[in-house]
Design a protein around this ligand. Structure first.
Ligand SMILES: *[C@@H]1O[C@H](CO)[C@@H](O)[C@H](O)[C@H]1NC(C)=O
Ligand SMILES: *[C@@H]1O[C@H](CO)[C@@H](O)[C@H](O)[C@H]1NC(C)=O
Ligand SMILES: *[C@@H]1O[C@H](CO)[C@@H](O)[C@H](O)[C@H]1NC(C)=O
Ligand SMILES: *[C@@H]1O[C@H](CO)[C@@H](O)[C@H](O)[C@H]1NC(C)=O
Ligand SMILES: *[C@@H]1O[C@H](CO)[C@@H](O)[C@H](O)[C@H]1NC(C)=O
Ligand SMILES: *[C@@H]1O[C@H](CO)[C@@H](O)[C@H](O)[C@H]1NC(C)=O
Ligand SMILES: *[C@@H]1O[C@H](CO)[C@@H](O)[C@H](O)[C@H]1NC(C)=O
Ligand SMILES: *[C@@H]1O[C@H](CO)[C@@H](O)[C@H](O)[C@H]1NC(C)=O
Length: 666
């Protein structure tokens, strides 16, 4: 598995999928959102209504503003609601082709689902048994990126945000009378490169709703597309796109020739060449490659989707009619909205792999942290509620408490206790602040983390594997007690916990054990590995991910191993610790850290043993074996993922999974 190479896989994928392209197709398919959790019976009233809805959308596909919403059915409980939206710049005949195709394909790709969304480059079409007109919907989130890099990343991202903001303002307050909430923008980036932006909302939204939707889409761009030449952030209600070439059609010019797919490796372009002369080549080739890529990825996502199985029944854990508990944990959406000032940007605390976190204050003055889930949850509402109830019962002083949840339409929100200090990484890796954590504090923090995990692993009745332990998931309260956050997410999101391998890896590269990262096998010992990485980070004050940035530096694990085997443990230690340390403790912790990151999971200690080792110096530690340096073999593909990317976004080892690097629904 060490030869897995994203580029090769991607090309292979493109090639495979390219040949399944229907002849003459001009419309580029992107993705279908197919929740599958609720299906209707064939020949039911809803089935018939849906059919008539889709044919009415098709036959009304020549609307001037490229948008049409309608309903079918009288009886409210069987009404089908639907709309289509064509990209603001496409010609009416293309729009019509796209909508007609979409209305056929949506039932083929997503049979008998109560709701679904299908995306093409040129249009999107969605339906549901619930009314969603005039409502902003943030799920699913579909990011797509152009794999080519941009120069001057920081300046580019600032320019992008500003230009996007300007374009969004024009789209939301569209005065052109076109009936579209659509705008494009163009600014100079360098003397020979311009940045092109396109934003659009479904016109049923109010100006204000459109504005909020676009800002959320813009705010998420950095998390998919930082430093990339092009990207898209797509919600059902709105989307934003940017590229360094003019990808949209400008009114009054001849329509661009339809792309002829060309297979080109997405290799970096040499910089020495005259950019002006390559401008046209880029403009022709890049859109084509992207279209093909996008198609390939969409195509393969589907393949992947169909292989994914969510086992939503977890044995021995049913809540069994615990309705009162569910009720007491459920927060009203209005209350949460008010508490977070409508999820205002100012209240944003951060963004993790599972969504954006906001600070909120309840009417009674209680401070809370509100996590707006962006990952698609593979299970129905009841199951989600049940899992939240179970996870909220996990209570320990070293765990962040889950207070409840809130559901609004598609949107799922978790409410946690608010922990006033920031996360461990905030202190540990900041040269200004790492001095605040002297050795005895670090040792105390370590002990807290260990006890928290021990509770998850052994003491609670659920036996939870955290699966994404890292310093940014360890919060510190005012007394610097460690509190682990984000546990139980696999459960809440309905990722199967009962098997020992999975198609969907949650976790962050660098912290993932080799067997988990490479083969998707997880166990309690995968958490032990991540804990070992945290131990080494705490001792050294160095980030696991900081190493692969510098050119030839070794990684944290081999660095630790080198000092351990040479008997120079104190040189591995963070200089900021000065003489606050206990030599004996530092050496034991280094040994413990190395024991935890051993390649053979069976050789790693259990959490129970670790707590014992930390509490008592009289427990003898075994000799560690050299860790596996699998992540830093010098090959490119790991860096491609970026140091802090959550692995659920990208899986390196097979064709369909590699493609997730480019498109990932949330
Ligand atoms: C799907 O929608 C129809 C129409 O609203 C409804 O009758 C049916 O119960 C829904 N299916 C499920 C599984 O809830
Ligand atoms: C939409 O299509 C239906 C038939 O499918 C037709 O009856 C209706 O008039 C059309 N609406 C518009 C606005 O064209
Ligand atoms: C389309 O959406 C608008 C805005 O929500 C709504 O007022 C209108 O009734 C919808 N049209 C149909 C045919 O349902
Ligand atoms: C729509 O279907 C969902 C299940 O998908 C069901 O819970 C809900 O009651 C249905 N809504 C209406 C209005 O029938
Ligand atoms: C983009 O930049 C990353 C590092 O920032 C590098 O690893 C990668 O190879 C670059 N990709 C391309 C296509 O140039
Ligand atoms: C863009 O808009 C957001 C939200 O209104 C704002 O927070 C941000 O500062 C703006 N950025 C720029 C560069 O104008
Ligand atoms: C962008 O650059 C071109 C050529 O250098 C120049 O003619 C044009 O005015 C510039 N546009 C803006 C908006 O600055
Ligand atoms: C959803 O339904 C489609 C069509 O039956 C199926 O191919 C796919 O595997 C299902 N997806 C999931 C996640 O179960």
């Amino acid at each position: 598995m060490d030869s897995c190479n994203i580029f090769i896989n991607l090309l292979l994928t493109i090639t495979l999928c390219f040949f399944t392209l229907p002849a003459g197709a001009q419309i580029v398919y992107l993705y279908t959102y197919c929740p599958n959790s609720t299906t209707y019976p064939v020949n039911s009233i809803y089935d018939r209504n849906l059919n008539s809805l889709l044919s009415s959308l098709s036959s009304n596909s020549t609307q001037k503003n490229g948008f049409y919403n309608t309903t079918a059915g009288q009886d409210p409980s069987n009404t089908a609601y639907g709309l289509y939206l064509c990209r603001g710049d496409v010609a009416m005949d293309v729009c019509q082709d796209c909508v007609v195709t979409a209305s056929k394909e949506i039932v083929r790709k997503c049979p008998r689902n109560n709701e679904s969304v299908i995306y093409y480059d040129e249009c999107m079409l969605r339906y549901s048994n619930k009314s969603f007109f005039s409502q902003v919907q943030y799920r699913p989130w579909l990011p797509i990126l152009n794999t080519q890099n941009v120069s001057e990343v920081e300046r580019f991202m600032r320019l992008l945000e500003k230009t996007m903001n300007d374009t969004a303002a024009r789209a939301a307050n569209d005065q052109s009378g076109s009936g579209k909430k659509f705008a494009t923008g163009e600014v100079n980036f360098t003397s020979f490169q311009s940045l092109y932006t396109l934003v659009q909302c479904t016109p049923d939204l109010s100006a204000q709703a459109c504005n909020s939707c676009l800002h959320e889409a813009i705010a998420r761009l950095p998390s998919c597309c930082e430093g990339k030449r092009g990207g898209r952030s797509i919600f059902p209600s709105c989307n934003v796109i940017y590229e360094l070439y003019q990808f949209y059609r400008v009114e009054a010019t001849a329509p661009a020739p339809s792309p002829v797919p060309v297979l080109l490796p997405p290799a970096p372009r040499s910089r020495g060449k005259s950019q002006i002369s390559t401008g046209t080549i880029i403009a022709i080739v890049v859109p084509t490659v992207i279209s093909v890529l996008a198609f390939a990825i969409g195509c393969c996502l589907l393949v992947r989707k169909s292989r994914k199985k969510f086992n939503t029944t977890l044995e021995d854990q049913s809540v069994g009619g615990d309705i009162s508990t569910i009720e007491s944990l459920q927060f009203d959406f209005g209350v949460i909205e008010a508490a977070t000032n409508k999820f205002s940007y100012d209240n944003k605390l951060g963004e993790g792999g599972f969504g954006v976190v906001y600070k909120g204050i309840l009417p009674n003055g209680q401070e809370i942290a509100v996590k707006r889930l962006s990952l698609y949850s593979g299970q129905g509402l009841e199951q989600f509620k049940n899992e939240v109830v179970l996870v909220s019962k996990l209570q320990h002083r070293n765990l962040v408490r889950l207070l409840g949840f809130c559901v609004e339409g598609e949107e799922k929100i978790l409410i946690y206790e608010f922990v006033p200090n920031k996360s461990l990484d905030y202190f540990l890796f900041d040269p200004e602040k790492q001095g605040l954590l002297d050795w005895s504090r670090r040792y105390k923090i370590l002990g807290g983390i260990a006890r928290g995990i021990l509770y998850l692993h052994e003491d609670s009745r659920l036996r939870i594997i955290h699966r994404d332990l890292k310093t940014s998931n360890i919060l510190l309260d005012a007394d610097l007690n460690s509190k682990i956050s984000d546990f139980g997410m696999a459960k809440i999101l309905g990722v199967d916990q009962t098997q020992d391998n999975t198609n969907r890896i949650v976790g962050t590269y660098g912290y993932l054990s080799p067997e988990y990262a490479m083969h998707g096998q997880y166990s309690l010992k995968s958490d032990i590995y991540s804990f070992g990485v945290i131990v080494l980070e705490i001792i050294s004050g160095k980030k696991i991910s900081s190493f692969d940035q510098s050119d030839d530096a070794e990684d944290l694990l081999s660095y630790a191993w080198k000092h351990w085997s040479k008997g120079t443990a104190l040189q591995f230690m963070d200089e900021a610790l000065m003489d606050s340390y206990s030599k004996n403790e530092v050496i034991r912790c280094l040994q413990l850290g190395l024991l935890c990151v051993q390649e053979n999971p069976a050789k790693r200690p259990t959490m129970g043993t670790i707590v014992l080792m930390l509490d008592s110096y009289s427990v003898a530690l075994p000799m560690p074996q050299k860790p596996a340096f699998f992540l830093h073999s010098g090959t490119n593909q790991w860096k491609e993922l970026g140091p802090n990317q959550t692995a659920s976004k990208s899986m390196p080892c097979s064709v369909d999974e590699a493609s997730i690097t480019e498109v990932y629904p949330r």
